[in-house]
Design a binder for this molecule. Structure first.
Ligand code: NAD
Length: 367
C-alpha cells in the first residue's frame, strides 16, 4: 500500500533519513528495539510548537522497515496539523510497532514500548491506533504516565473511536451541506471501507439517519456481524473503487486515493476516518478537485479521537468533548467554502489554516 507511494528506489541512498520524501522537518525520530520481547518500534515526533506531541501507536505487519518508517513519518506530520486545525495545544507525534498484533503483541512487549515512551519525558504522549486496544494502553500506563486513551475505570477517557466516528459524521454532514445544499444523509448511498472500531460506529450513525450503507472489509466475520447488526449491504463486486455512490468513507488504512483509484472513483464526496487518504496530497488533492469530488480533509474530520484523549491531559469532561467534536461541522464547511473561493484544494486550504496557527505560536515563543 505505502510501497507504491514511496518505493525504496525513490529514497535517496546517500541520505536515507533526512532524504526521505516523507521527512518533513521532524524534530526527533526514535528507533526502539528490545530483543527479549521482540519489540521493534519507531516513535516520530514531528512538531512540538503548540504542545507535547500526541498520537497513537499503530501495530502492523509492515512488509519492509521502510514502509514502517514512511508510515510513522507521514502519520506524525498529520497529527501536527490535526491538533493545530482543531485548536488544541498539542504537537504531532505517532509511533509504529512492527509486527502482527494478533501474534506478536504481548503485555511484556507493550510495557517495554511504554518504557521507551517514558524516556521522552512527556515530549510524546501515546494513544491507541490500528492494531491496539484500550487494554494495551492500560498496560503502557503501568510504566509511564505519558499515555492517553486508558480505560474509563482507570480514570481515562476510554476508547476514542466512537468520538472519532462522531467527528467524521459531522464532517460528512458538512460536506453534504456544501455539495447538496442539505446535510441530510437520509437516502444517500454511502460506501464505508473498513468497518473496524471507527467504521462500525460510523455505520451505526449513518444507518440511524436513513442512509443506504454499503460496507467493505477484508475481514469476512466483521462484514457479517455489521451486516446483521445494522442491515448494511455487503459489497460483493470485484473492485470497490468503481462502485457508484454519493459518499465514499475510507475507514481502513491510508493512501486509498491514489493513481490507480482516482480514475475509477464514481462518488461526489470523500469523507472518512483513515489517516493520509491521499497517497500524494499534492497530486491527488488537485486530481479530486478536477474531477469535482469534494474531499473533506482527513486530518480535520477524524480529530474526534484526539479531542477525546486530549481531555485526559486537560481534564475536561464529556460535554466539552462533544461540543469540540461537533465544531468539526463548522470548520469543515468553512474550509470547503474557503477552498472554493481561493481555488486551493480543500487539503491545501485546511493545511494553510493549521500552518498559520503554528507559525503564529512560533513567533510568540521566539518573541
Ligand atoms: P481498526 O483496526 O479497528 O479497523 C480497521 C478496519 O479496516 C478493520 O476492520 C480491517 O479489517 C479493515 N481493513 C484493513 N485493510 C483493509 C482493506 N485493504 N480493505 C478493506 N478493509 C480493510 O482501526 P480503526 O481504529 O477503526 O481506525 C480506522 C482508520 O481511522 C485508521 O486509518 C486510523 O488510523 C484512523 N483513525 C482512527 C482513530 C481512532 O480513534 N480509532 C482516530 C483517527 C484516525
Amino acid at each position: 500500500m505505502i510501497t507504491e507511494v514511496f518505493t525504496a528506489d525513490q529514497l535517496k541512498k546517500e541520505s536515507p533519513v533526512f532524504g526521505q520524501l516523507s521527512f518533513n522537518d521532524h524534530e526527533q525520530i526514535v528507533f526502539c528495539q528490545d530483543k527479549d520481547t521482540g519489540l521493534k518500534a519507531i516513535i516520530g515526533v514531528h512538531n512540538t510548537i503548540l504542545g507535547p506531541a500526541l498520537g497513537g501507536t499503530r501495530m502492523y505487519n509492515y512488509s519492509t522497515e521502510w514502509d514502517a518508517l514512511n508510515d510513522v513519518l507521514r502519520l506524525s506530520r498529520g497529527m501536527t496539523y490535526k491538533a493545530a486545525i482543531t485548536g488544541l495545544n498539542l504537537g504531532g507525534g505517532k509511533a509504529v510497532i512492527i509486527g502482527d498484533p494478533k501474534v506478536d503483541k504481548t503485555p511484556e512487549l507493550m510495557r517495554r514500548f511504554g518504557k521507551f515512551v517514558d524516556t521522552l519525558g512527556g515530549k510524546y504522549y501515546t494513544a491507541e491506533d490500528v492494531g491496539m486496544e484500550t487494554s494495551d494502553m492500560d498496560t503502557v500506563r503501568e510504566v509511564t504516565p505519558y499515555v492517553t486513551g486508558i480505560s474509563e475505570s482507570k480514570g481515562g477517557a476510554g476508547n476514542p473511536s466512537p468520538v472519532t466516528a462522531y467527528g467524521v459524521y459531522m464532517g460528512m454532514k458538512a460536506s453534504a451541506k456544501f455539495t447538496y445544499g442539505s446535510d441530510e444523509l437520509s437516502g444517500k448511498k454511502i460506501l464505508v471501507e473498513g468497518i473496524g472500531h471507527v467504521g462500525e460506529e460510523l455505520v451505526r450513525l449513518i444507518t440511524e439517519e436513513g442512509a443506504k450503507v454499503v460496507i467493505s472489509d477484508i475481514n469476512e466475520e466483521r462484514l457479517n456481524q455489521v451486516h446483521k447488526k445494522y442491515g448494511a449491504e455487503i459489497y460483493r463486486g470485484a473492485d470497490v473503487y468503481t462502485e457508484q455512490a454519493d459518499i465514499y468513507a475510507p475507514c481502513a488504512l491510508g493512501a486509498t486515493v491514489n493513481n490507480d483509484t482516482i480514475n475509477k472513483l464514481r462518488v461526489k464526496i470523500i469523507a472518512g476516518a483513515a489517516n493520509n487518504q491521499l497517497a500524494d496530497e499534492n497530486i491527488h488533492g488537485a486530481a479530486l478537485q478536477e474531477k469535482g469530488i469534494v474531499y473533506a480533509p482527513d486530518f480535520l474530520i477524524n480529530a474526534g479521537g484526539i479531542i477525546n484523549v486530549f481531555a485526559e491531559i486537560e481534564g475536561y469532561g464529556r460535554d466539552q468533548i462533544i461540543t469540540k467534536t461537533e465544531n468539526i461541522y463548522n470548520t469543515t464547511l468553512d474550509i470547503l467554502h474557503k477552498a472554493k473561493a481561493t481555488g486551493l484544494t480543500t487539503n491545501e486550504s485546511a493545511l494553510s489554516i493549521a500552518e498559520e496557527r503554528i507559525t503564529n505560536r512560533k513567533k510568540e515563543i521566539l518573541g
